[in-house]
Design a protein around this ligand. Structure first.
Ligand SMILES: [Fe+2]
Length: 269
């Protein structure tokens, strides 16, 4: 982030962290899962700044993208406290919850944000399958930047988890998903057709990882996001990991498709 980002985000960042501080335990530490969310948020802001740089965002687009990146997961702390899970299906839509909390706290008005409604919309839409039609230029830039920045960090998070979890010994270590199954035909067909995969179709860890490869094919909106993804080796990591899970030929087929998209900077549909 640049000094300008600090100027625009500084007061918002302090309000956000004061809010996060209310979730600290009596010894001053945040619960571990909340710490991970706070760290994720920091990386999403950095990714959004890199996207804004790479795409030549104007100052208004940049301000909205960075503010939305900082605030996009605000509801995660209260979600965990109330429901003890990050699974939206078992609790609450965390984007709706984040939007509601940010709005009710009045942070954006307090810092004199230029376009609070764009930031709020980008928060609300960050986990939707599709963005609504008709968004204005600034809202669209903020929303797409946050969605890409979030995915880029989810790539990092999965790699960190794989590095620390003994997934071979514990066949259900990842979200209770089987680690010894090939990707399902349904998931592969959706990815190859560049259509969104229904999360109900995830039956194995292979499916889960393949869906992330699917994001590289049709889920990263900006060329800069695809470049960052390629530079960070996220596809190579997944290809290697998928080979360890399964010898299904669909793995290389889908990974080859992702490689061509990432290397050519082809726009997703
Ligand atoms: Fe989120």
């Amino acid at each position: 982030m640049s000094q300008n980002d600090e100027d625009c985000l500084g007061p918002l960042l302090r309000m956000y962290d004061e809010y996060v501080d209310t979730y600290r335990l009596s010894d001053g530490a945040l619960p571990r899962l909340m710490q991970l969310k706070r760290a994720h948020t920091g990386f999403v802001v950095k990714n959004a700044a890199a996207i804004a740089d790479g795409e030549g965002f104007d100052p208004l687009e940049r301000e909205c993208a960075l503010a939305a990146a900082l605030l996009h997961d605000t509801g995660r702390y209260e979600q965990l406290k109330l429901y003890n899970t990050f699974r939206d299906a078992d609790s609450i839509d965390h984007a709706v919850f984040s939007h509601q909390i940010v709005k009710s706290k009045g942070w954006l008005a307090a810092v004199g944000a230029s376009r609070p409604e764009s930031v709020l919309a980008a928060i609300l839409y960050h986990n939707r399958r599709d963005l609504p039609d008709g968004l204005d230029r600034v809202t669209l830039a903020a929303a797409q930047a946050v969605r890409d920045a979030d995915k880029l960090d989810i790539f990092r998070v999965l790699q960190a988890e794989i590095a620390t979890v003994d997934w071979r010994k514990d066949s259900r270590a990842f979200w209770n998903l089987a680690t010894d199954k090939p990707p399902s035909a349904e998931v592969v067909a959706c990815i190859e057709a560049r259509s969104p995969v229904d999360y109900q179709a995830i039956k194995s860890l292979s499916d889960f990882v393949m869906i992330q490869v699917g994001w590289m094919i049709s889920g990263l909106y900006y060329r800069t996001s695809r470049r960052l993804c390629a530079e960070r080796g996220h596809l190579a990591f997944r290809r290697d990991f998928l080979h360890r899970l399964s010898d299904d030929p669909a793995v290389d087929r889908v990974c080859d498709l992702a490689e061509s998209v990432l290397s050519e900077g082809v726009s997703p549909k």
